[in-house]
Design a protein around this ligand. Structure first.
Ligand SMILES: *Cc1c(COP(=O)(O)O)cnc(C)c1O
Length: 388
């Protein structure tokens, strides 16, 4: 069923060819390593299923999601590629994902025990990735817990309850490739893999690199890389390079249509709290997107906008459903005109990265927070595979 978009106030165009091409570029840059495209959080706001299909068309051989429900959604949509998921609470139903051929990460002895128990119930070996904490201080095991994980893995493997497909970890400062922790974490990672090997646990996939490490640190590629943000054409290291510098292009273009244009006198306060005041007679444009759509309230007076030839920013406070732009006194803008919030940097449009810089966050947060009521409109060339 297609939605009637004539009443939609805004839309996010998702360029599936960009996702496909970005993955192909990441695959090229990661040499012999395989690519796991990370499509968690609804593919960083781009839409899980079409984005995953585009990533597979670009050469990804694995998909990664954070939660069981995301993995099951991908399977229900008919995606059969290898799929890893890594966050679930104790007591979760793991038999259903095992039946759906979903690979599970064990980050601690308790989760490995639960995976083995579910596999016995399912009657087939669970495909497992063991997560080692090499210093991030977040998920995964270290020290005695890691030793316990390896012992359990060897035992469950011998029993036929699990197959250890991967050992993996995550960086603290991948976006600062020369930070001393980067080299150190790689050494700890290699040692953890060797420790497992000494006990007969030999995964085929050691994986450590997120987007930043995929693009800036070939020594961290190991057997597979795990890019997320770069799949969507955003730079994980904006201080080091733009998407174009890495052969990537932004896949999301967020636009809205002006629903009001009116004259305003000099000295007119604009929006709640009158946080903006017109400096002279001008025209004001009303843009029907607000914080409930994921436009951060911190974008008050700073969120970049492109309206025709005018590059400006939000005037006044971001409201729940609306923001205002000061179009200037001679603006030709009319109701119905397109406003670009973020799109393609190479086309001269403001980008999600520009928004991140203006609002003191990262591009990841802006795209992943884009609200469910903004329709995603999928663009692809005739020759692309997959359906959305
Ligand atoms: C989100 C995530 C990634 C992808 O990170 P990017 O910085 O978006 O490339 C990789 N691995 C893990 C464990 C993650 O949580």
């Amino acid at each position: 069923m297609s939605i009637d978009l004539t009443g939609a106030t805004a839309r996010a165009e998702i360029d599936l060819d960009a996702i496909r091409d970005n993955v192909a570029e990441l695959d090229r840059r990661s040499g012999a390593a395989a690519v796991m495209a990370v499509v968690k959080a609804d593919a960083y706001g781009h839409g899980l299923v079409p984005s995953a299909q585009a990533a597979l068309a670009g050469g990804a051989s694995y998909l990664g999601v954070a939660q069981l429900a995301e993995a099951l959604t991908a399977r229900e949509a008919g995606i059969t590629a290898p799929l890893l998921t890594w966050l679930f609470p104790p007591g979760a139903d793991l038999v259903t994902p095992l039946r759906a051929d979903i690979e599970l990460s064990a980050g601690a002895p308790w989760s490995l025990r639960e995976i083995a128990a579910a596999a016995r119930e399912h009657g087939r070996a669970a495909v497992v990735h063991l997560k080692v904490d090499t210093g991030l201080g977040r998920g995964g095991s270290w020290g005695e817990d890691w030793a316990e994980m390896v012992r359990l893995a060897a035992q469950y493997q011998a029993e036929g309850a699990i197959t250890v497909q991967g050992i993996w970890s995550h960086f603290v400062w991948a976006d600062a490739p020369t930070h001393p922790t980067v080299r150190h974490q790689q050494e700890v990672f290699v040692e953890a893999c060797e420790q497992a090997e000494r006990q007969g646990v030999r995964p085929v996939l050691r994986h450590l690199a997120n987007s930043a490490a995929t693009l800036t640190n070939p020594s961290a590629h190991f057997d597979m890389v795990r890019p997320g943000i770069a799949v969507y054409g955003l730079s994980p290291v904006p201080d080091l390079g733009t998407p174009a510098d890495y052969g990537l292009r932004e896949a999301m273009r967020l636009t809205a249509r002006l629903v009001g244009v009116k004259d305003a006198p000099a000295g007119q306060g604009v929006s709640y709290g009158h946080q903006y005041t017109t400096s002279g007679p001008t025209r004001l444009g009303l843009i029907p997107l607000g914080y409930s759509d994921g436009i951060p309230r911190d974008a008050t007076n700073v969120g970049p906008l492109q309206i025709g030839d005018l590059r400006t920013h939000i005037a006044g406070r971001v409201c729940m459903d609306q923001v205002v732009a000061d179009l200037g006194p001679d603006s030709p803008a009319a109701v119905g005109d397109e406003v670009v919030l973020w799109g393609r940097g190479a086309d001269g449009e403001p980008t999600a990265q520009d928004w991140a810089a203006a609002t003191d966050t990262i591009s990841y947060e802006l795209v992943t927070r884009l609200g469910a009521r903004v329709p995603r409109v999928y663009l692809r060339s005739e020759t692309s595979s997959g359906t959305a």
